[in-house]
Design a protein around this ligand. Structure first.
Ligand code: NDP
Length: 263
């Protein structure tokens, strides 16, 4: 299938590891130039150099914490210096949480609201102007937990379902500018974020973090396994391409059959 993505420009938040990195590499393989951001600058710049070298595309890496409005403004300004337009925006930066609603302080709710919801609003406001001439694609990384909540992370579940609704509303607003907005809700994808979660929760069960991940896979997924970030990235690439031009305002599950209902 010719995806017709060569020389497109993609912006990916949280592109230095895990799902964001796999999507960055999969797009680079199609000839897409990239602007990626993350907080850990050393890792970000190393990844930037690696992708440029391996795929021969232009990649800029900008240190930014997308939970902070000034960092998003700075990221967008650097993008505008390097590229004349943007074709694809992927709001991917995010992380799991662990709390009880009765104990969690307000500040924690506000942090995740900024990270998962306001970040997507702020990147839309700063980057859509770079898209408006030629149209574009926005994909927001939501989660199966937005629909089928994970017991230990209510703040994550709530902010991710808000992101799904934001995606729908933004799709309605931007469709006349030929900008397609969708969200993707992955199931279990084996990334450093899951290793972090397993290291926090495994001591409660008196098992190793590797055993914890194995249990999570067997208890939650009918295939009994996690997907790799690369398996998931294939779907992102398709949705970015003009082959998916009629895909607008939806939330797509890529979950190995984990969702227990039809939506
Ligand atoms: P990882 O923790 O593996 O990677 C997260 C990426 O985002 C890193 O590049 C990280 O870099 C960056 N990041 C995190 N916080 C910020 C921030 N405040 N500002 C800028 N960059 C940030 O996560 P995953 O790859 O697992 O997850 C990616 C997305 O997919 C998340 O939104 C997650 O909720 C979602 N998701 C993941 C699933 C999974 O099973 N893994 C399932 C469903 C959804 P740095 O730390 O340097 O900032």
């Amino acid at each position: 299938m010719n995806l017709d993505l060569k020389n497109k420009i993609a912006v990916i938040t949280g592109g230095s590891v895990g799902i964001g990195l796999a999507v960055a590499k999969a797009l680079a393989q199609e000839g897409v130039h990239l602007a990626i951001c993350a907080r850990d600058e050393e890792r970000l710049q190393a990844v930037t150099r690696d992708i440029e070298k391996e795929y021969g595309v232009k990649v800029i890496g900008v240190k930014a914490d997308v939970s902070k409005a000034p960092d998003i403004d700075h990221f967008a300004a650097v993008i505008a210096e390097h590229f004349e337009k943007v074709d694809i925006l992927i709001n991917n930066a995010g992380t799991g949480s662990s709390e009880k609603i009765m104990d969690a302080p307000d500040e924690k709710w506000y942090y995740y609201w900024d990270l998962h919801v306001m970040a997507a609003i702020r990147t839309a406001k700063t980057i859509v102007p770079l898209m408006k001439k030629n149209g574009g694609v926005i994909i927001n990384s939501a989660s199966i937990a937005a629909t089928q909540p994970m017991w230990y992370e209510p703040i994550y579940n709530v902010t991710k379902i808000a992101l799904v609704m934001l995606s729908k509303c933004l799709a309605n607003e931007l469709i006349t500018h030929h900008i397609r907005v969708n969200s993707i809700s992955p199931g279990l994808i084996l990334t450093p974020d899951w290793v972090k979660t397993a290291k926090i929760l495994s001591p409660e069960k008196n098992i190793s973090w590797e055993e914890y991940l194995d249990q999570v896979a067997k208890e939650n997924n009918p295939l009994g396994r996690f997907a790799s970030p690369e398996e998931l990235a294939n779907f992102y690439v398709f949705l970015c391409s003009s082959r998916a031009d009629f895909c607008i305002g939806s939330n797509y599950y890529v979950d190995g059959g984990q969702l227990k209902v039809i939506l």
